[in-house]
Design a protein around this ligand. Structure first.
Ligand SMILES: N[C@@H](CCC(=O)N[C@@H](CS)C(=O)NCC(=O)O)C(=O)O
Length: 229
């Protein structure tokens, strides 16, 4: 099913238990932008080698009962820590991983820098929520049940979100040390390129396009480009 998840690669892992390797286990799809946030952060903070990726298929109309044991919402990303705790939602997993390393923090610890980064994360996540929901509507929902006004409403959220980011990027809103805000916005733009290649956002939001041209060159971003399909 061509949504934000990948195709099934088997998901018969018993990862309620942590294996002997003591690695964290990430329920993973290479096409999920929310999973991409986690992997980008893990690469940037040097934690990637401590995380085993477990390819998992999800779809709103097809319950994944095995995943439901860990995450009742049956969504990706879901992660099992090396002491067996299950965490879900990219925001929670990213902040948890950020607590595990001693390098520069991706979540600014306090002050206005923290609120700005969290707000950017919320905006990027909101753009992604709208983009993923609209993708389900147009690629999964049977044609005769699709509702163009609903799709138009989601696209409006995406475009409003991009316009808001574009309006601030010239003031340096996405500049400076790497934050969860930048990572989320980068993953949102990457998802638009992946699933909405005809949206033409670069023509409308030149400042954002310029910022992303640089950001997309980071090793963590080039290593996580979604595969075609
Ligand atoms: N707020 C969640 C959103 C996660 C999400 O929507 N993941 C999608 C994959 S891209 C999913 O699991 N969809 C399956 C479903 O909605 O049932 C996060 O940040 O992790």
């Amino acid at each position: 099913m061509p949504t934000c998840h990948g195709r099934a690669h088997g998901s018969g892992h018993d990862d309620n238990k942590i294996g002997k390797d003591n690695k964290m286990k990430l329920r993973y799809s290479p096409t999920s932008p929310f999973v991409r946030k986690v992997v980008v952060l893990a690469i940037e903070t040097g934690l990637d080698a401590k995380i085993e990726r477990l390819p998992t298929t999800v779809a709103p109309i097809k319950p994944n009962d095995e995943l439901a044991h860990q995450n009742p919402l049956m969504k990706l990303p879901t992660m099992t820590t090396d002491d067996g705790q299950v965490l879900f939602d990219s925001r929670v997993i990213c902040e948890y991983l950020d607590s595990l390393h001693s390098g520069p923090k991706i979540f600014p610890p306090s002050g206005m820098a923290r609120w700005v980064a969290l707000r950017q994360q919320s905006l990027g996540d909101g753009i992604l929520d709208a983009a993923v929901l609209n993708r389900y509507e147009t690629a999964v929902r049977p044609k005769e049940l699709q509702w163009p006004d609903w799709s138009a409403g989601q696209m409006r959220k995406i475009r409003n979100g991009l316009a808001a980011l574009d309006g601030k990027v010239g003031e340096g809103a996405l500049a400076g040390p790497l934050t969860i805000g930048q990572i989320t916005v980068g993953c949102a733009l990457g998802y638009l390129d992946f699933r909405y290649p005809n949206e033409g956002w670069r023509e409308r939001y030149a400042g954002l396009a310029k910022w992303y041209a640089d950001f997309a060159k980071r090793k963590s971003m080039t290593a996580t480009v979604p595969p075609p399909g």
